[in-house]
Ligand binder design. Structure first.
Ligand SMILES: C[S@@+](CC[C@H](N)C(=O)[O-])C[C@H]1O[C@@H](n2cnc3c(N)ncnc32)[C@H](O)[C@@H]1O
Length: 450
């Protein structure tokens, strides 16, 4: 067999899964080639526009740096979209249906643009709102409250989390003391200050833990954390926020009253009362991240979840990811499909049968549900776009059971089905994800227009 020549190995040394990966016909493949038939049908090309989209540079940006968030946009990417359309919309009303930690909305406010968003994870909604609504907090007052925290009462770590495993004994004790100080602030303390301190506390948790987020949460064997790190980092962060508040108050005071609303709501169901010029968003990626499990530590410590069942409830409402509960897929009742989705489902099914063993036998339906969920979001927001408005989405494609899924092109088609025109699709970068690391995937910016 050809594969035996390319990969001379003793088959018995490998698991069935590894053999499937090594023998995959998609080894050394490329999304551009597999996209050709789809592009021909759509009658478009993908333009190359290499640019940094990811959150990383935000760690140096005013306000954006208050909370680390691996799955976010870079502020400069959002700004580049605003700049691109500055002549088309004077004061655009902006929507991000998947607000996350609020990058789009914070950047909108820094330009004086009204913005709206929906987010299902209550922790992320809280982070986004705090970043948007704390602009008038007096830096001196924040410092005074922080310096005078009463550290005599502890708040115990959330009971449903394995905190003894997540943190060293000393770090855990210091976290409990710090959280106790925040929780025992008197009822008369400005709520904005309490929110800022809770946001700061949540933003140091992973850094002082034995964990890392890269982007999934996992243990880091090599990590060493000083027992006093909670106090040191909290102090640094509070001072960083104070510095940013001073900048905002001297340079952006004209925008204090700019409207920025984040709704704790499902983008598939939320009925907006506004009309929008610009929708800018990055939906979850199909075989991407679990936005609840990945933030369970912060959700637990900030009381946004008290047990696993509450975490699951939030997750079950989200746009599907590939570790969705089986029951949800069993009861899935689609309202959207097209020929491409049917072909992809059939091919995944065929390949799973050929392989004999696969992580999720219901994968064809998970893929279908992803596009069905996205359709439901589109159904809610497209009617709320103004004529001439634009819908800009950043998405990544996938390779599942040796079947290529051009998520960007399928989403563009979905927009077309709802009456939008495809203005352009730009490739921002190549990426590798999933089991077949030699296969080149992409991340694209889709621009649809009403
Ligand atoms: C890729 S992240 C967005 C990041 C955002 N662009 C930023 O810079 O912070 C996708 C977000 O969608 C949220 N989400 C998933 N399904 C949702 C739904 N049905 N309705 C609202 N939000 C949802 C997740 O919790 C996650 O925060």
């Amino acid at each position: 067999m050809q594969q035996e020549n390319i990969f001379p190995f003793e088959a018995k040394e490998y698991s069935a899964r590894q053999i499937n990966i090594i023998n995959s016909p998609k080894q050394l493949g490329h999304c551009d080639i597999d996209s050709e038939p789809y592009l021909t049908k759509l009658g478009i090309d993908i333009l190359n526009k290499k640019q940094p989209i990811q959150f990383t540079p935000n760690v140096n940006e005013t306000i954006h740096r208050w909370a680390p968030y691996v799955q976010g946009f870079s502020a400069s990417f959002v700004q580049s979209i605003f700049d691109q359309y500055i002549k088309d919309y004077k004061n655009p009303i902006v929507l991000d249906p998947f607000t996350g930690c609020g990058t789009v909305q914070v950047q909108a406010k820094l330009n004086g643009y009204h913005s709206f968003g929906t987010e299902l994870n209550p922790l992320l909604k809280f982070i986004a709102e705090t970043k948007l609504n704390s602009w008038t907090i007096h830096p001196k007052e924040l410092l005074k409250v922080f310096n005078n925290l009463d550290l005599s009462e502890r708040t115990r770590a959330p009971r449903f989390l394995k905190s003894e495993k997540h943190f060293s004994k000393e770090v855990l004790e210091n976290l409990e003391v710090l959280k106790g100080g925040i929780d025992s602030l008197s009822k008369t303390t400005n709520q904005g200050i309490v929110d800022l301190l809770n946001l700061t506390f949540s933003s140091i948790l992973i850094e002082v833990s034995k964990l890392k987020r890269s982007p999934c949460l996992g243990y880091s064997k090599s990590k060493k954390v000083d027992p006093h790190a909670p106090f040191v980092l909290m102090n640094q962060k509070v001072h960083q926020i104070i510095e940013d508040l001073k900048t905002i108050q001297s340079e952006y005071s004209d925008f204090f009253n700019t409207q920025s609303r984040v709704y704790l709501a499902n983008a598939m169901e939320y009925e907006h009362s506004n009309k929008f010029d610009l929708i800018i968003t990055s939906p979850p990626y199909m075989n991407g991240l679990d936005y609840v499990i990945n933030y369970k530590i912060e959700m637990g410590w900030l009381n946004f979840a008290e047990n696993q069942a509450e975490l699951k409830k939030v997750k079950d409402e989200m746009v599907v990811c590939d570790n969705v509960s089986k029951g949800l897929i069993k009861s899935f009742n689609p309202i959207y499909t097209n020929e491409w989705i049917s072909d992809i489902k059939r091919n995944i099914q065929k390949n799973i049968l050929r392989r004999g063993k696969y992580r999720r036998y219901d994968m064809p339906f998970i893929v279908h549900k992803y596009f069905d969920d996205m359709y439901r979001v589109f159904q809610m927001v497209v009617p709320k776009m103004k004529n001439g408005g634009r819908f800009v989405l950043v998405v990544g494609d996938s390779l599942i059971a040796d079947v290529y899924i051009p998520t960007d092109l399928l989403i563009a088609q979905l927009g077309k089905d709802l009456g939008l025109s495809i203005e352009k699709i730009e490739k921002a970068r190549n990426r590798r994800s999933g089991q077949i690391r030699s296969y080149v995937l992409r991340e694209t910016i889709i621009t649809l227009r009403k």
